[in-house]
Ligand binder design. Structure first.
Ligand SMILES: [Zn+2]
Ligand SMILES: [Zn+2]
Length: 268
């Protein structure tokens, strides 16, 4: 009943385990499909940072996943990519989109600006650097996330409320951040993931929060359920909990992708 579509490989320099080990973990966890989605290479001078493949490594990534797919037949292994959205770099995403026969593209916001990755523990002090620091970070993040949703470049979007990773949330009703993003996703028919990675971080809850899920369901958005695995043991982690949260918010189906076409699977 479940697929795990947010899965990394050692090419990103901070994940462990070969694709075949992730596939074996998916089968052992009772999933019926897996998709890889390593961090994309970036345009401009390299290295862009220390946690992604280089542009020259993209063909190796594709070959690696295609080989894993052939070895796993008939178990479905999808080819995806987790793309960092940075406003002004949309052309690069368009180039990536035609660089390989992707089954899906995931859009992510990690960067509030080049060199300022919001989920990097290196910058954790910035959340408490002033009375409005967390509010300001969230505002910048959600503006970028909303622009990503409005771009329509992606099949679904990753870990929507990522800036809560270290446990920092602004005061008050967070719907003010969610609403514009959800509206933009609805306009562009872009899906999003419920990510169990937040359960493994100080945030201690799923990405996104239940309130986001409820509003997203009301807006007619569609979901995937993923682990953001950086090790084979994380494949399928806490999917029952994510599915329960999805059902509680009203979702009855999850998305599957092949050749960037959607199918829907019942969550019943
Ligand atoms: Zn990663
Ligand atoms: Zn990821």
């Amino acid at each position: 009943m479940f697929a795990d579509y947010h899965v990394h490989t050692p090419l990103c320099r901070h994940a462990e385990g070969e694709p075949a080990e992730y596939v074996a973990a998916a089968r052992a966890a009772g999933l019926d499909e897996i998709g890889f989605s390593d961090h994309c290479p970036m345009d401009g001078p390299e290295p862009f940072d220390d946690w992604r493949m280089l542009r020259a490594e993209l063909p190796r990534y594709v070959d690696m996943i295609v080989a894993a797919r052939e070895a796993a037949t008939p178990f479905p292994v999808r080819l995806g990519l987790e793309c960092d959205f940075i406003a002004g770099h949309e052309k690069w995403i368009e180039q990536l989109a035609v660089a390989a026969p992707w089954d899906y593209l995931i859009g992510s916001v990690h960067y509030l600006a080049p060199g300022w990755d919001v989920d990097n523990p290196r910058w954790i002090g910035r959340f408490t650097a002033g009375p409005d620091a967390t509010e300001d970070i969230w505002a910048r993040y959600w503006a970028a996330f909303t622009a990503m949703a409005a771009s329509g470049l992606f099949d679904f979007l990753a870990h929507p409320d990522l800036p809560k990773k270290f446990g920092h949330r602004p005061a008050g009703d967070l719907q003010r951040f969610y609403e514009p993003a959800i509206a933009a996703m609805a306009r562009t028919s872009t899906g999003f993931e419920i990510s169990t990675a937040g359960l493994r971080k100080p945030a201690g809850e799923l990405y996104p929060a239940d309130e986001f899920l409820r509003h997203a369901h009301e807006a007619g958005l569609e979901i995937t359920i993923n682990s953001d695995a950086h090790a084979p043991a994380e494949i399928g982690h806490a999917f029952d909990q994510a599915a329960a949260a999805a059902r509680a918010a009203g979702f009855t189906r999850t998305l599957r992708f092949e050749g960037r076409q959607r199918r829907r699977i019942s969550l019943a």
